[in-house]
Design a protein around this ligand. Structure first.
Ligand SMILES: *[C@@H]1O[C@H](CO)[C@@H](O)[C@H](O)[C@H]1NC(C)=O
Ligand SMILES: *[C@@H]1O[C@H](CO)[C@@H](O)[C@H](O)[C@H]1NC(C)=O
Length: 633
């Protein structure tokens, strides 16, 4: 029997060679058929069809792969239009008008900040004022966070002014308590990426080294996990006032890219060893299910029974597992092991489908105690917008830790991925689709938190019930103070049994109110996570769908968040038009959201994914071959 499908070896050949072969086979077939009777033609058509059916039943991927390599399309990717399916890096060219529109938005933001609040940590675009994180004075939060975006966008005049502010005015001699994680990802990360993108301007490395040296004392704790706060002038770590003895898992596991790159640049291994030690502690604290609780004990270096989620306080732990592996060019297998272990646990426990249309989302696990103090876990169908980072991360991870070869096609073909790579890619694509559909609101912007329908939610009795997801309490207002937000996390976290009240219906009710409040303050238009995933997925697939969606988000931001007097503002409720603005322009708007939008529309030769890894605040850092050897396994 003839095998109508190319052999495995042939399928790996470049597209052109394959097409030539296909053409040759076709011609031979025609010569043969020309001399045959109609019955014979019919018979050979039947044999061919039977062979295809047998082969398909034997291994369906043979068939999709054949289609994939031959006509550049496989139904597996559901509607995507891959740019090509050769095994070479694919060039995606810039969409210049859209890219320029993003640059204009950046200038509209920066110039307003510069006029009203230059040098202040944060900007309030409605009152045209700046403010600092502490009364001890600013640490360049906004300027440093924005400067690499200017370098990328080629905004030379703005860049020159920002650079001289950093050289002349930036000081870390501030007697106040700063968040270790935020200062590292925004300020240290911003300085390091500016150092790289400016081809080594020493101003940035000097400042980065000074800042890192001031932060290092946070690691002087019984376990070696860093304190959540740092007094930069005194150089002392400060414990968490709200959650005594606790640190967020994401916060201790999201300092590594920055300190490791600084170590690589300066040759000082101390930076490396300190942050690596936090990863070693996390690995040895592994829970049987393989997931990370959002809090750890700073004394014992163990997980504390607390919520398990991929959103706030959990998110970037998973992100940095993959990125640490990428940062050192795949030379530290311990991180791909930890990453794959975590992704498997996520698939086993958290990945869910919505009831009506099967939208993929990730749920949270909330610990509950019964009267005897026994802990059980309740699966809650709530997803933070922050989780949308995971979509792109899963897709990127699939092409690296889940790839059978050094590089894969754009988009990757099934045969190029390991089983877990295929699983992660599929979940990433589906999760991104869910994140895109949560933009289906009155403003076209996504809420901070969405809830998914489950059969036990009792909403089916209501004819107005949403099909798949909803914003909890978005149309009610509760005048609760922010302290409830903290209390919420106390409930979700009990350090020792009996310390906090167990959950019951009453607390659940309050829980709902708390979320209502959180949505009112935190719901914000220009959140970067979906945009980050759109950028990654566009680079990994070449699918125009992702650019189109990014453009829609950008248009919604232009429409609802842009202030004609300058700057952009957070909005209070994404599902309410006309919008109400909050007097705040987040620093991640200029560092992350606009950078990823710019890169989405830029040429793929800018910051290629095989040479750069982005920190969690979108500061690109180069991939390097480390001279330090991983200190744990
Ligand atoms: C922020 O801190 C800087 C540096 O100390 C100071 O010059 C500036 O006035 C402060 N801004 C505000 C709004 O207090
Ligand atoms: C990463 O490894 C690959 C394959 O070993 C190599 O070709 C490439 O140059 C390395 N990249 C860096 C930045 O070291």
């Amino acid at each position: 029997m003839t095998d109508p499908l190319p052999s495995k070896k042939k399928r790996d050949q470049p597209k052109q060679a394959l097409a030539a072969q296909a053409g040759k086979a076709h011609k031979e077939g025609r010569q043969h058929a020309a001399g045959s009777s109609g019955v014979f033609k019919l018979l050979s058509a039947f044999v061919l069809l039977a062979a295809v059916v047998v082969a398909y039943r034997h291994d369906p991927t043979l068939f999709t792969d054949f289609l994939d390599s031959w006509i550049g399309f496989s139904e597996h990717w559901e509607g995507s239009q891959p740019a090509t399916s050769t095994n070479n890096p694919v060039h995606l060219s810039a969409d210049i008008p859209k890219r320029n529109a993003v640059v204009a938005a950046f200038r509209h933001s920066w110039l307003a900040y510069e006029k009203d609040a230059m040098g202040d940590d944060e900007y309030h675009p409605i009152s045209h004022k700046g403010s600092n994180l502490t009364s001890a004075g600013g640490i360049g939060y906004t300027v440093v966070d924005s400067i690499d975006t200017m370098l990328l966008m080629g905004l030379e005049a703005e860049y020159a002014r920002a650079r001289s502010w950093i050289a002349d005015k930036l000081s870390f001699e501030r007697d106040g308590n700063f968040n270790t994680f935020e200062t590292t990802i925004r300020v240290l990360g911003g300085l390091l990426s500016a150092y790289h993108l400016s081809s080594g301007d020493p101003v940035y490395l000097d400042k980065a080294t000074e800042l890192a040296d001031r932060i290092l004392p946070v690691f002087e704790t019984p376990s070696g996990l860093p304190h959540p706060m740092i007094n930069l002038a005194k150089g002392v770590g400060v414990a968490n006032a709200d959650f005594t003895g606790l640190v967020s898992t994401a916060e201790v596991a999201t300092l590594q890219l920055e300190f490791r790159y600084l170590s690589h640049l300066t040759g000082n291994d101390d930076y490396w060893r300190r942050v690596e030690n936090a990863m070693r502690i996390i690995k040895s604290a592994r829970l049987p299910h393989g997931l990370a609780s959002i809090f750890m004990s700073v004394d014992e270096g163990q997980y504390v029974t607390s919520a398990i989620r991929l959103g706030s306080r959990g998110d970037s732990y998973y992100e940095y597992l993959l990125k640490q592996y990428l940062q050192t060019n795949g030379s530290e297998p311990v991180y791909s092991d930890m990453y794959e272990d975590a992704m498997t646990a996520i698939h086993n426990h958290l990945v869910q489908k919505s009831t009506k249309s099967g939208m993929t989302y990730t749920a949270e696990l909330i610990p509950e105690k019964d009267a005897s103090g026994e802990v059980s876990w309740r699966l809650t169908p709530k997803q933070d917008h922050l989780v949308c980072f995971l979509a792109g991360s899963l897709m990127l991870g699939a092409t690296k830790t889940g790839a059978l070869a050094q590089s894969v096609s754009v988009p990757p073909r099934d045969k190029e991925l390991t089983p877990s790579g295929r699983r992660d890619w599929k979940t990433g694509v589906e999760l991104l689709r869910t994140c895109m559909s949560t933009h289906d609101t009155a403003t076209g912007l996504s809420p901070e938190i969405v809830h998914f329908r489950i059969p036990s939610d009792g909403m089916d009795h209501n004819s107005m019930a949403p099909a798949d997801w909803y914003i909890k309490g978005a149309r009610q207002v509760f005048p609760f103070s922010m302290s409830f937000g903290y209390e919420l996390e106390h409930f979700a976290c009990f350090a020792s049994p009996g310390e906090f009240p167990p959950y019951d219906a009453r607390y659940m009710l309050r829980y709902v109110y708390v979320f209502t409040y959180v949505q009112y303050t935190d719901t914000n238009g220009p959140s970067p996570e979906t945009v980050e995933s759109l950028f990654l997925s566009y680079r990994l697939t070449g699918d125009q769908l992702y650019r189109d969606h990014g453009w829609n988000i950008f248009q919604s931001i232009e429409k609802h968040c842009r202030l004609s007097s300058g700057g952009y503002a957070t909005i209070v409720n994404v599902d309410e038009v006309p919008v109400r603005h909050e007097d705040k322009m987040e620093t991640f708007w200029m560092s992350e959201t606009l950078k990823y939008l710019y890169l989405l529309f830029d040429d793929s030769n800018t910051l290629p994914l095989d040479k750069y890894v982005f920190n969690t605040e979108a500061h690109p850092l180069p991939i390097f071959q480390p001279s330090v050897r991983t200190g744990f396994s």
